[in-house]
Ligand binder design. Structure first.
Ligand code: NAD
Length: 292
């Protein structure tokens, strides 16, 4: 009999996460007895302070690995024996592998965005990029861009201090890059000069309808990358297509972060195309239910 593979996701408010079904379906198609558990701190009446106990417990119970999400991506670092270099540089971990009793931290948010970017926007100029949103997703995206020839990254966030902290940490990692923090009101001027726009705020999700970028600012020679993936097609993406811009949806990032974690957990290369088809199906069903 094959050994079962048990993994999990630790965070808060993660009941509706689509990562568990993506992992389990791919595991089953790879012939694995793959179980992916949700460990929601809120539902368990736990807090970030319980993380060391949970990580130790998962290791002792034979979990192969964990995904880690809000609000635990930084706090989990203290619970680990080792970090791969990029996770250490980013200061955030979303994937933990248990390997011979050692807990090793990875970050597949940035590799996920990076792989999606390489696949969907290959050949696109990316020297000057404007990024909206400097939260958790924004940090991973900015790191991926700066490892991909972006030399001038403009960060815009309602929370100016958040953008400032991200810019400071990135400036230390990428000393040759020029990082600017600008006011949301100055978006039109900075966008006029940019090769691309990355959107990393929650605007466009069902709970935050609309777009953070006026359609009139979009143009054919500006690519637009989205991180929102529920829905897969956002108002921003539709407006960008309407303006003739190259676009990249957020679904690919969600799939590649899961696919990269799957490979880390199992040593098996998952079929990312198949996982994307599954995600499309899951999000489509969610959208259907929302209008019923
Ligand atoms: P977060 O709350 O950590 O950060 C969001 C940031 O956006 C905040 O700093 C907030 O101040 C800023 N913001 C909000 N509205 C703004 C606006 N109109 N203009 C400028 N700044 C604004 O959230 P997060 O975890 O970074 O997630 C952001 C989005 O990314 C969510 O929709 C989430 O679902 C999505 N996401 C996608 C993936 C993926 O794999 N595709 C992964 C992680 C997150």
């Amino acid at each position: 009999m094959t050994d079962s593979v048990v993994c999990g996701l630790i965070g808060t408010g993660i009941g509706p996460s689509l990562t568990p079904p993506m992992h389990e379906a791919e595991g089953s198609r790879q012939g694995l007895a793959y179980v992916y558990r949700i460990v929601d701190l809120d539902l368990l009446g736990l807090t970030v302070a319980d993380l060391p106990r949970l990580v130790r417990g998962a290791r002792d119970l034979g979990f192969r690995g964990l995904n880690i999400t809000h609000p635990c991506k930084q706090a989990v670092i203290e619970c680990l024996d080792e970090l791969v270099p990029d996770a250490a540089r980013l200061g955030a971990v979303n994937t933990v592998l248990f390997d011979e009793g050692r807990a090793i931290g990875y970050n597949t948010d940035w590799t996920g965005f990076g792989r999606n970017f390489d696949r969907g926007l290959s050949g696109a100029r990316r020297e000057r990029v404007v990024q909206l949103g400097a939260g958790g997703a924004g940090a991973a995206v900015a790191y991926a861009l700066l490892t991909r020839e972006t030399r001038n990254l403009v960060l815009i966030d309602h929370e100016h201090d958040r953008a400032r902290r991200l810019a400071d940490s990135l400036a230390a990692l990428f000393p040759a890059a020029r990082l600017e923090i600008v006011d949301p009101a100055d978006l039109p001027a900075w966008l006029a000069d940019a090769d691309g726009l990355v959107h990393a705020t929650p605007m466009g999700m069902a709970g935050h309808p609309g777009s953070a970028v006026p359609a009139a600012l979009l143009r054919p020679d500006l690519w637009v990358a989205e991180v929102v993936y529920r829905p897969l097609d956002t108002e921003l993406l539709r407006a960008a297509r309407g303006a003739g811009a190259r676009t990249l949806g957020g679904g690919g990032m969600a799939v590649y972060q899961a696919a990269d974690a799957f490979r880390i957990f199992t040593g098996i290369e998952p079929d990312a195309g198949r996982m994307y088809a599954h995600l499309t199906d899951l999000v489509g069903r969610e959208e259907l239910e929302a209008v019923r």
